[in-house]
Design a protein around this ligand. Structure first.
Ligand code: BTN
Length: 255
């Protein structure tokens, strides 16, 4: 289903939320929804403001990478002003919201790969980028950016052809972008209001128990992904028996 018909009114219609989506900005094409959201947050946009785009020309990924958002993908960013103590739960909230939204709209089962990927059949269908801004010693705002492959064929894009999938590829038919947006917003709203997201997040992680290689900057760690901490960190048992706590990095599964 093409997304040209999208509008703020349509997105808000039937989207029943308390905080998320109080204010919606829809841009058919923009540079980066995270960038637009950060600008809006600096101008005191209300908590729950959402920026949505069908295409990004300068989408950002984690660790300074680019994120490609071709037509048929969805880029969505949400401004939040949580208590600092809740910051580490934002990735859990976003991941669970996406997993549930995918299942509600398509029936497809997806998994969470630590720290920020959503996979279907071992291929990436969604990436999440959280950016925080500080004022003095306190948090000013957080932006949760969600890039979800809805209706495109990754095989058409060389850089992601082997590692990515999309909802339409998995389902074998196009998926309503409008339904996906509404459902993601409602699920985000639910999970943002829940206190304990850790238990479900941990249960949904596909990473635990696997033999992994983690690259973090110039450091590489291998071992068994044993557990996760309440702060979202990953505990890896190295071959020498040492347990390492990893807070940032890229995970690959060793077969
Ligand atoms: C990653 O896997 O590296 C995270 C990708 C996050 C991409 C989303 S798309 C919406 C938002 N705007 C951006 O520029 N990036 C995030």
């Amino acid at each position: 289903m093409p997304d040209e018909y999208l509008s703020v009114d349509l997105i808000k219609q039937n989207t029943v939320t308390r905080v998320i989506g109080r204010n919606v900005i829809y841009l058919p094409v923009t540079t980066s929804t995270n960038e637009v959201a950060r600008q809006a947050a600096r101008e005191r946009a209300t908590e729950g403001t959402v920026v949505i785009a069908g295409q990004q020309t300068a989408g950002r990924g984690r660790l300074g990478r680019n994120w490609s958002s071709p037509p048929g993908s969805l880029a969505l960013s949400v401004i939040l002003r949580p208590q600092t103590s809740r910051l580490s739960s934002l990735i859990m909230i976003a991941s669970l919201a996406v997993v549930h939204a995918i299942e509600k709209v398509t029936g497809l089962k997806s998994q969470i790969k630590w720290p920020n990927d959503i996979l279907i059949n071992n291929k990436k269908v969604c990436g999440i980028l959280i950016e925080n801004a500080w004022k003095g010693s306190g948090l000013d705002y957080s932006v949760i950016g969600i890039g979800l492959n809805v209706n495109f064929n990754p095989a058409d894009y060389e850089e992601v052809a082997n590692i990515a999938t999309s909802l339409s590829m998995e389902l074998g038919r196009p998926v309503s972008v409008l339904k996906v947006i509404r459902t993601v917003l409602m699920e985000l709203d639910i999970y943002y209001s829940v206190n304990d997201v850790f238990t479900e997040w941990k249960k949904r992680l596909t990473t635990l128990g696997k033999d992994v290689k983690i690259v973090s900057g110039k450091t590489m760690v291998t071992g068994i992904a044993e557990s996760v901490g309440l702060d979202g960190s990953l505990d890896v048992r190295c071959p020498d028996g040492v347990l390492l706590r990893i807070t940032v990095g890229d995970v690959t599964f060793k077969s």
